[in-house]
Design a protein around this ligand. Structure first.
Ligand SMILES: NC(=O)c1ccc[n+]([C@@H]2O[C@H](COP(=O)([O-])OP(=O)(O)OC[C@H]3O[C@@H](n4cnc5c(N)ncnc54)[C@H](OP(=O)(O)O)[C@@H]3O)[C@@H](O)[C@H]2O)c1
Length: 272
């Protein structure tokens, strides 16, 4: 049993080292949580990782940890809600490394506020980071990938992009999934792939308000690394969310009751 486990892990390591070695990979939202764990995982197997996010001190800390372990990483501070900064990010990576092999669209914000209480500014902000930022970053790296007939786009959506749980957050994640799943079809036969990873609750600053039990970000980081080796349409992680997604698609009325009873969906009823 142990020998089987070891050899499975060894096979994974071999495949990751073979595919990731010297790949130039941009991870957005890499200053904390899932993005930081993903940057570490990819660099561990030999990738040259570019960490992009706004907080420079946090980015520097993540880069120090990666390079301190003998792996390769650089930080390029970037606000993904700003199209000029996205263009500059991709230009700088191409100038420095010659190409982008993989883009991980991970930057995201999330909060649970009854929709009627949202301001227009906050609505715009969530769309610009979670949805428009990922689309524009993809748009910026795609021509080079298509020219070289090689590349992978991986976007971090959410189980909340399958189960409508919070109006603005779910809108951006359903939208991101729609974009990626369509893009995947458009890209068939080009050598460029598009995959979605949809995490359930993961222990990061984004989920700090939630009382549900949850694993740490490494589980998503591993999934993302595996998607570079073996692109797939979509992976829901942890796997125990798959039956919930199926239930939500087949019996949405039952899920309405559960989500409101647990407080997972904000209700406007009490306040008005
Ligand atoms: N944690 C969960 O339960 C969960 C579940 C499903 C999906 N997700 C998704 O996973 C992704 C990562 O979130 P996380 O859980 O790891 O939370 P996190 O620790 O708060 O990380 C969010 C990352 O996004 C970056 N970011 C936010 N606004 C940005 C902007 N304008 N420009 C560039 N980067 C920006 C943050 O960096 P700066 O603040 O330094 O810019 C940070 O690095 C998000 O897309 C989130 O929706 C999370």
């Amino acid at each position: 049993m142990n020998t089987t486990k070891i050899s499975k892990e060894q096979r994974r390591t071999d495949a990751l080292e073979r595919v990731l070695g010297n790949q130039v990979i941009i991870v957005t939202g890499a200053s904390s949580g899932i993005g930081a764990a993903t940057a570490k995982e990819l660099a561990h197997y030999g990738a040259q990782v570019v960490l992009a996010a706004r907080r420079e001190a946090e980015l520097a800390k993540q880069v120090d940890e990666i390079t301190g372990a003998g792996n390769h990483a650089v930080a390029i501070p970037t606000d993904i809600s700003d199209s000029a900064q996205i263009t500059r990010l991709v230009e700088q990576v191409v100038e420095r490394f010659g190409r982008v092999d993989v883009l991980v669209n991970n930057a995201g914000v999330g909060w649970q506020v009854p929709f009627a209480d949202e301001s227009v500014e906050r609505i715009d902000h969530m769309i610009n980071v979670n949805f428009r930022g990922a689309i524009l970053a993809t748009h910026a790296v795609l021509p080079g990938m298509l020219e070289r007939r090689h590349g992978a786009i991986i976007s971090v959506a959410s189980v909340a992009g399958h189960i409508a749980i919070s109006s603005m957050y779910s809108a951006t994640k359903f939208g991101l999934r729609g974009f990626m799943l369509s893009l995947r079809r458009e890209l068939q036969g080009t050598g460029v792939t598009a995959s979605v990873v949809s995490p359930g609750y993961i222990r990061t600053s984004l989920s700090s308000g939630s009382r549900f039990p949850m694993p740490g970000p490494d589980v998503v980081a591993r999934t993302i690394a595996d998607l570079v080796v073996k692109p797939r349409r979509e992976v829901i992680v942890p796997g125990y969310y798959v039956p919930l997604v199926t239930l939500s698609n087949s019996l949405p009325g039952l899920v309405d009751v559960g989500l409101l009873a647990t407080g997972a969906t904000p209700s406007m009823r009490k306040k008005r």
